[in-house]
Ligand binder design. Structure first.
Ligand code: NAG
Ligand code: NAG
Ligand code: NAG
Ligand code: NAG
Ligand code: NAG
Ligand code: NAG
Ligand code: NAG
Ligand code: NAG
Length: 828
């Protein structure tokens, strides 16, 4: 029911709205300002027509919203627009009471009053209100009260405030407005200092102000420093039960230091057995009270104030106590006829000095008994056990603090050790992919356990191996199963081990072992131990490369002869790091690489003048990748001379004989073509160049040591003359010159003729008359202005057909002139 009525009303209002839609804002606009969150009354008043009160509708519109935000008609619940629920009501008949002002309430409102019985009302009454919602500034972002910076670092103090009108943000340092500059900038309220200097340290205020108010935020900028430990903890030695105190004093700015203590790199807080006996004081000092033997270790203090990285300092705690026995087994067994150990479990700090033994309540001096040895850990070893060793033993350890007491009486019984009843064979030879069962069985009192393991302590394959009653079975044998296996027979009395070798045949060889390398300047000698060859003869390939550039390619060298297990690689660079590995192969293919070994070649002794030699002992000149050592001086007195056999270039060795010259290179070039070279020239200081084509040559000579090259000698020139060279060259030049001259002459003749023919008839009549006048004029205009003073008849005549217009025509006219003149002379 209500719903229908309000619908009808809304439809009605919508009609009214369309009627009213035309009004504009040209009229008087009242301005109303109110604060955010507060209430405001938007005024609107009207008067009834003279006839008296009539029914009316009040509508409030907001610009930008299609449907009126508030419609009132007497007797009906008012219509309230979205977002205005509970915030609008009428007051003073038509004024709008808008409460809890929000930002978006700002805008232009229109109040329209319509009387029902006057339609359409020619004098519609609308009043306009512009509502401004103001808010005093409040900080959105405030700088911290204290800010720590390090000199030279960047500082950014954020500050931003909201409010209406938009607040203006100003920064003050020590009550003086901050001026922006090269390093100081204010960017949307945030004060940024690119590089903090001492002068930037101080008290800052960020102030935000608008017409409604002003607020300020203070911040102190302080120079910060990371934590520095000023008094590090010191090594402590203490007696068990005493207290220990580790000092760890530190300074920092800000001084909000946190201390962390670690024992052997584990946080003390996590060590339950220790933490209950420790206290960390405010200044970081660590107390341990009382100390216990197991507290010994490395204590690390870590201090941090959030700046930089935590600072650490470490020291040792050594808790000392008299030597003591930690455990006394009531019964120990010795294996009859074998070697056995009578244990004494000792703990001591400092270490025990000696151990007193007693047997059957009488002192027992191990030294007085043949075959009884005192071990480092306090136990006694009996090399060959007999029944006599049986008895009651007591051990008492001593150190500088004496002893904490003796062990309990330990009964030592001599018993028969277990024995192997079935031992594996010495060796099992199987083909790859086949199966092997290696039996091992033993008996004894108490019953021994039997366990197989690999001698190299690698794990046995889980899937392919099984142990049952001492039998070890390995199925589908693989290359890596090759090796030595141990069967361990164990009971309380003794542990016995026997071993066997499993040879897996028909595989590629195993990787060579134990690579050793000896280097010289230019070579490296590798030795290695051959691993199992897979039952085929194996050979080796050495892989090597320089280790100095990232991933340089590997070079390979086959080892010859095949069985050799040592080999020398030549032609290496001195003082260079190389990587080597050895690959084994047999007829089945390549095995595995040995581990890669790095070795450095030794530096080259350049003063010794030693030449590198190759595998055959022949010396050779190495390729130099990194020149090293002193450079030889240039060769001297280079001379070149033509002989019947060719051109002989000779020189003297460099003056500084201390740097040995290994060889020379002679370089030559013709004209400015690139240099070409002959060499290396060893054991000689001359070079005969045969069959050089003729030309203009330059020569120079380089002296090389094995590892470096010096400056070249000065250039020496030589012109090698020859028939072919001279004739072709001069002929060409002559041809060129002659051709040029001929062409020039021909051109002149042609142009003269052309001019002559063209002008012949035309000019014939004028020739005589003008010849004397035009020639001087033309000459004067072209040659300069020296004749400028003389009056010219042409000038007074105005423009003339003979007047030259350009240099070319000047030239023409000159030619004509001369020709006419000569003609005139001839003709006259
Ligand atoms: C509108 O109402 C105001 C105030 O009551 C009055 O002064 C004004 O004359 C009216 N305007 C018209 C066009 O009726
Ligand atoms: C406006 O409305 C609020 C809440 O209804 C009321 O408390 C306040 O007195 C009203 N203001 C006027 C001027 O009527
Ligand atoms: C502390 O002891 C360790 C190990 O015993 C030793 O290396 C170190 O030099 C000692 N430190 C001081 C300050 O004596
Ligand atoms: C110490 O204070 C600085 C600045 O107030 C802060 O950055 C740091 O995280 C604090 N350090 C610690 C360990 O609380
Ligand atoms: C003492 O050393 C021997 C040989 O190293 C060892 O077999 C024995 O278990 C050790 N005894 C103790 C108590 O550690
Ligand atoms: C162990 O191996 C042996 C010989 O290979 C065999 O005679 C014996 O039956 C095997 N025992 C078990 C429990 O597999
Ligand atoms: C080979 O190297 C291993 C491990 O480095 C070593 O145990 C072994 O004694 C060496 N063998 C020889 C013959 O040098
Ligand atoms: C080499 O040249 C220098 C200077 O050019 C000269 O003094 C010297 O005599 C010459 N030596 C020989 C052996 O020709």
């Amino acid at each position: 029911m209500d719903l229908r009525i309000s619908c009808q009303i809304i439809t009605l209002f919508a009609c009214v709205w369309t009627l009213n839609a035309g009004y504009s804002l040209e009229g008087f606009i009242e301005k109303v300002t109110a604060l955010l969150g507060e209430d405001v009354v938007l005024p609107c008043s009207f008067e009834f027509p003279e006839t008296g009160p009539v029914p009316y509708i009040i509508q409030w519109h907001k610009q930008g919203i299609k449907i009126p935000i508030f419609i009132w008609y007497e007797g009906y619940p008012p219509h309230i627009g979205e977002g205005y629920d509970g915030r609008v009501s009428l007051t003073d008949r038509a004024s709008l009471n808008l409460t809890s002002l929000q930002d978006h309430d700002q805008g232009i409102y229109t109040c329209v009053v319509n009387f029902f019985d006057r339609s359409p009302n020619p004098k519609r009454n609308a009043s306009f209100v512009h509502l401004y919602v103001h808010a005093p500034p409040h900080f959105r972002i405030k700088p911290h009260e204290v800010v720590h910076v390090r000199i030279g670092e960047k500082l950014s103090l954020p500050c931003d405030a909201d409010g209406t009108p938009d607040p203006l943000i100003r920064w003050y340092k020590d009550n003086v407005p901050v001026t922006e500059g090269l390093t100081v900038r204010i960017n949307r309220g945030t004060l940024e200092i690119a590089k903090v200097e001492r002068t930037h340290i101080g008290d800052y205020v960020c102030r935000a102000r608008n017409s409604e108010g002003s607020i300020a935020a203070k911040t102190k900028v302080i120079v910060a420093g990371p934590a520095v430990i000023t008094v590090p903890p010191r090594n402590i030695t203490t007696l068990e039960g005493d207290k220990a105190e580790f000092i760890c004093e530190a300074k920092a700015l800000p001084a909000n230091l946190t201390h962390r203590w670690l024992l052997n790199d584990k946080e003390i807080f996590e060590l339950n057995w220790l933490v209950t006996r420790t206290v960390v004081k405010r200044d970081g000092t660590l107390f341990i009270n009382p100390t216990s033997a197991e507290d010994s270790g490395l204590y690390t203090c870590e201090v941090f104030n959030g700046i930089g990285t935590p600072e650490k300092a470490s020291s040792y705690l050594s808790v000392e106590y008299p030597a003591r026995v930690t455990y006394s087994p009531t019964i120990q067994y010795l294996p009859l006829g074998l070697s056995g150990i009578i244990h004494c479990y000792v703990q001591a700090n400092p270490p025990f000095l000696h151990i007193k033994w007693s047997k059957d309540d009488r002192p027992f001096d191990p030294k007085a008994h043949y075959g009884v040895i005192s071990l480092n850990n306090g136990s006694l070893q009996i090399q060959r056990v007999t029944h006599e060793h049986q008895g009651w033993y007591i051990c008492t350890p001593y150190n500088v603090y004496g002893t904490a007491g003796q062990s309990n009486r330990m009964e030592v019984l001599v018993r028969d050790p277990p024995v192997f009843t079935v031992k594996p064979e010495e060796q099992y030879q199987r083909r790859v992919n086949s199966e092997v069962t290696m039996p091992c069985y033993g008996k004894g009192q108490p019953k021994p356990t039997i366990e197989w393991r690999r001698a190299d302590s690698k794990k046995l394959s889980r899937d392919r191996s099984s142990q049952r009653n001492g039998n070890l079975t390995i199925r589908t044998l693989k290359k890596e199963d090759h090796g030595r296996y141990e069967c361990v027979l164990q009971n309380d009395i003794a542990t016995l081990v026997t071993s066997t070798l499993l040879v897996v045949e028909g595989t590629t060889p195993h990787a060579p072992l134990n690579i050793t390398i000896k280097t010289s300047a230019f070579s490296a000698t590798l030795s290695w131990l051959p691993a199992y060859d897979g039952n085929y003869p194996q050979s080796y390939v050495i892989w090597y490369r320089t280790a100095e550039q990232g991933d340089s390619p590997w070079r390979t060298m086959r080892v010859d002869p095949d069985e050799a297990t040592t080999f020398t690689i030549y032609n290496l660079q001195p003082s260079s790091e190389y990587e080597f590995r050895v690959l084994s192969r047999n007829t089945l293919g390549d095995g595995m690489y040995s581990p890669t070994v790095t070795a450095k070649t030794s530096p080259w002794d350049y003063l010794g003048g030693v030449y590198p030699t190759d595998a055959f002992g022949a010396t050779y000149i190495p390729t130099v990748l990194k020149p090293s050592g002193p450079k030889p001086s240039p060769p001297r007195n280079v001379s070149v001379q033509e002989t019947d056999d060719g051109v002989l270039i000779s020189w003297l060795s460099p003056l500084n004989q201390k740097i040995p010259v290994a060889f020379y290179y002679v370089e030559y070039r013709t004209q400015s073509k690139p240099w070409k070279r002959w060499g290396p020239i060893k054991h000689a200081t001359s070079y005969l160049a045969k069959d050089l084509p003729s030309g203009q040559y330059k020569f120079r000579v380089y002296a090389y040591s094995i590892m470096s090259v010096g400056q070249p000698s000065p250039d020496v020139s030589l012109i090698i003359s020859g028939e072919s060279y001279e004739s072709t060259e001069s002929r060409a030049i002559t041809a060129g010159i002659v051709g040029g001259v001929l062409f020039f002459v021909a051109a002149i003749v042609l142009s003269i003729c052309a001019v002559k023919i063209c002008n012949k008839r035309k000019r014939r009549k004028a020739e005589k008359a003008y010849v004397m006048v035009t020639c001087p004029l033309a000459e004067a205009r072209n040659g300069g202005h020296s004749h400028g003073g003389s009056p010219s008849p042409i000038k007074s005549n105005g423009s003339s057909s003979f007047r030259p217009k350009s240099r070319i025509s000047d030239l023409m006219s000159k030619v004509i002139c001369c020709m006419s003149t000569s003609k005139a002379y001839f003709f006259n």
